[in-house]
Design a protein around this ligand. Sequence first.
Ligand code: CA
Length: 241
Amino acid sequence: MATILVIEDETVLCEALCYNLERAGFTAVAVHDGIAGLEQARQLQPALIILDVMLPGLDGFSICRTLTRERIVPIILLTALHDEAHRIAGLELGAVDYVVKPFSMAELLARVRAILRWNERQRQAQPGGVLHAGDLRLDRVSRQVWLGEQEIELSFKEFDLLACLMDNSGVALSRDLLLERVWGSTFPGSNRTIDVHIRWLREKLETDPANPTMIHTVRGVGYRFQKPLERLAPRFIGTLP
Ligand code: CA
């Protein structure tokens, strides 16, 4: 069964989390400070990390930033900070989901399952292969992206969003559909989540992010990825086959 690393310094909450994860059939490993948490994340290679933001030693945002750079694992951030700026900061650092304390254990477990199911579906549906679009290459197996010879560092969800767009090259995809395909149906995010991630992708991939040539805005719908040489008329779909 999947191993889940819980990095949380509130011992009562940490024990409750681990107890419920084990009851749900997962293997739970608990760590109470940031430095040991980062170390365990690297050694253990868990399927998912539940990460508190306020931690002794090293804070959750720093751990998230480091792990995302190393492309190891999906992260759910736990925090008492509930304003949008912090939520966006967490997602910007590569967290997959964001849960505000106090939270319902059942809801957290549902999100854990949804993320793991989604990852498994992605793994099974995509046994390998490299997507190409002009100078841009995306390798699903190694989760690496190159622009020409230069490797581009993407967060976990930036990578998934780009893969989804490139998979449907030439197709206008609605924000709702992108949210469901990339974040899963249980993610309580808004269209703003999509817009923010698109902005970050353009800043990393486009020569002039204000005049994108690959990731186009489709007014009133969402976004369309266009390969550099494609001149096909776009078509809109609401659901993917
Ligand atoms: Ca804490």
